[in-house]
Design a protein around this ligand. Structure first.
Ligand code: NAD
Length: 492
């Protein structure tokens, strides 16, 4: 019995999907299945079907066939499917939220955000089929000239464990709306939140079979998406190391790759800022979902004039935030698995070996890592230089805006920067930082379905998801089309 079996109108009834992948129907994958574990308790919540590389190649052939019929449907038919899928996320939010909480170790607010954004991604994408699909161009020749958009064809979506629903649906929904077929490969640790939910929503919404296929699997299945000839675009969200491999393979195979990768995001606290409000923002930025967010505040850069006060306030937050089973009243739940926990602990210990002072935390029990604050770091300290992907807040001081900009830009990542305090000064700093997004008077974590999201440098290729312009750019190809009344005359 799983948590869904008790729901009266379950969209995640386990007998439908348990241990299965989805091709044109729920079926067994060639790589068997794995247990879906609840990180807070170790309980088995169900089984995720696992796909092999051969399954992915077969899915790509099937997708290429299904895509042609899907793209030929009237825009209003595609829009209606997207609207109905969004409605499934709204109608079943309670059931889906509980799954997100238990499978990903999320507190209730994070789970609710995932399903809310999932619905919005579908509703926003429902506008895409009727959105103008190109431009009428002027021409010096005697013909009409158009740039028209066509679906890319088959789109592969590879997503990570941390915000699995949002990071899958943000590509799946617009890609489908624009007439593509999609093969979705979620992280197998969160195959339900990152895959089964989406597959079930579109199944309920009446999407024709084969247009969306769900193939959970490991790196081998992901790599197959970069090799299958029918897949024309790969949308990858995950680590920079894996993203480089995906980008290399896509380059070799002349596929487009949208790479959304890691981050080491700075939160700058300017002189004169409200320290209590800044520490609250900083704690949220570093500790939300146990720091397992690409936009997590990984570096706190605080003006020397208020640094000690800020550290004291942040330490107090870290010491008092409740940690525990996220289905209860806590601020932090567990990290996803032992590997993730051990990597966090290794970096915290290495930071101290390199001279950092442990102000709070630095301990764990099972998969629950205590909110941690570090000071006394230099720029080479691993906790400052590397992405930790855990609930760790390293704090460093700065004196001038130029110094702050230089410290921010010295890091290879460029995903998100938050600047707290005087808006005029913040604007000057915003102009100097190399970052995919800048939030003035907000911390570093933020995402909205209609805002173009993406990073630069080691955070990605600068590609964007979110909003019509970015999504059309990401999931269509452009054809130049000219026409004239008669065959053109030529000199020979
Ligand atoms: P990961 O790169 O190990 O895994 C992400 C996905 O890629 C998984 O589905 C995995 O199975 C697959 N994968 C792994 N190796 C692959 C390969 N060689 N070819 C194809 N697919 C492969 O990432 P992770 O460590 O589990 O996730 C955390 C990372 O993701 C962090 O670095 C985080 O910053 C990043 N992230 C980025 C964003 C963003 O939008 N920029 C969002 C969330 C997470």
């Amino acid at each position: 019995m799983t948590i869904t079996d008790t729901q009266p109108t379950s969209v995640l009834e386990s007998s439908v999907w348990d241990g299965k992948i989805y091709t044109e129907a729920w079926t067994e994958g060639s790589a068997g299945s794995i247990d879906v574990l609840e990180p807070a308790t170790g309980e088995v919540l169900g089984r995720a079907g696992m796909a092999s590389a051969a399954d992915v190649f077969a899915a790509a052939t099937r997708a290429a066939r299904a895509q042609k019929e899907w793209a030929a449907k009237r825009p209003e038919e595609r829009a209606a499917v997207l609207r109905r899928a969004g409605q499934v996320f709204e109608d079943h939010a309670d059931e889906l939220n509980l799954w997100v909480q238990r499978e990903t170790g999320a507190i209730a607010a994070k789970a609710a955000l995932e399903t809310h954004v999932a619905a919005n991604e579908c509703f926003d994408a429902a506008g895409l089929p009727h959105h103008p699909a190109g431009e009428v161009l002027t021409s010096d020749a005697e013909h009409w000239s158009f740039a028209r958009r066509a679906p890319a064809g088959v789109v592969g979506v590879i997503s990570p464990f941390n915000f699995p629903l949002i990071l899958s649906i943000r590509s799946v929904a617009p890609a489908l709306a624009l007439g593509n077929a999609v093969i979705l490969k979620p992280d197998p640790r969160t195959a339900v939140s990152g895959g089964v939910m989406i597959m079930r929503a579109f199944e309920e919404a009446g999407l024709p079979a084969g247009v969306l296929q769900l193939l959970p699997g490991g790196a081998e299945a992901g790599a197959a998406l970069t090799e299958a000839p029918e897949v024309r675009v790969v949308s990858f969200t995950g680590s920079t190391a894996a993203g480089r491999k995906v980008g290399e393979a896509c380059g070799r195979n002349l596929k487009r790759a949208h790479l959304e990768l890691g981050g080491n995001n700075a939160l700058v606290v300017l002189p004169g800022a409200d320290v209590a409000a800044a520490a609250s923002a900083g704690a949220f930025g570093s500790f939300l979902h146990q720091g397992q967010v690409c936009m997590t505040t990984g570096r706190h850069l605080v003006h020397e004039s208020i640094k000690d006060e800020y550290v004291a306030a942040l330490r107090a937050k870290a010491e008092h935030l409740p940690v525990g089973d996220p289905t209860g009243q806590v601020a932090l739940g567990p990290v996803i698995d032992e590997g993730q926990r051990d990597n966090i602990d290794r970096l915290v210990k290495a930071a101290q070996d390199a001279g950092a002072i442990l102000e709070a935390g630095g301990t764990y029990q099972d998969l629950f890592y205590a909110p941690t604050v570090l000071t006394g770091l230099d720029r080479e300290n691993p906790a400052w230089a590397e992405e930790i992907f855990g609930p760790v807040a390293p704090v460093m001081g700065f004196s001038t805006l130029e110094e702050a900009a230089e410290i921010i830009n010295a890091n290879e990542y460029g995903l998100s920067v938050g600047i707290l305090g005087d808006v005029g000064e913040a604007m000057k700093l915003a102009d100097q930082v190399h970052s995919g997004k800048v939030h003035i008077n907000e911390q570093t974590v933020g995402d909205e379905s209609n805002a173009p999201f993406g990073g630069v440098g080691a955070s990605g290729t600068g590609s964007r998801f979110g909003g019509y312009t970015a999504n059309i750019e990401a999931f269509t190809e452009t054809q130049w089309l000219t026409m004239r009344p008669d065959i053109a005359p030529y000199p020979f």
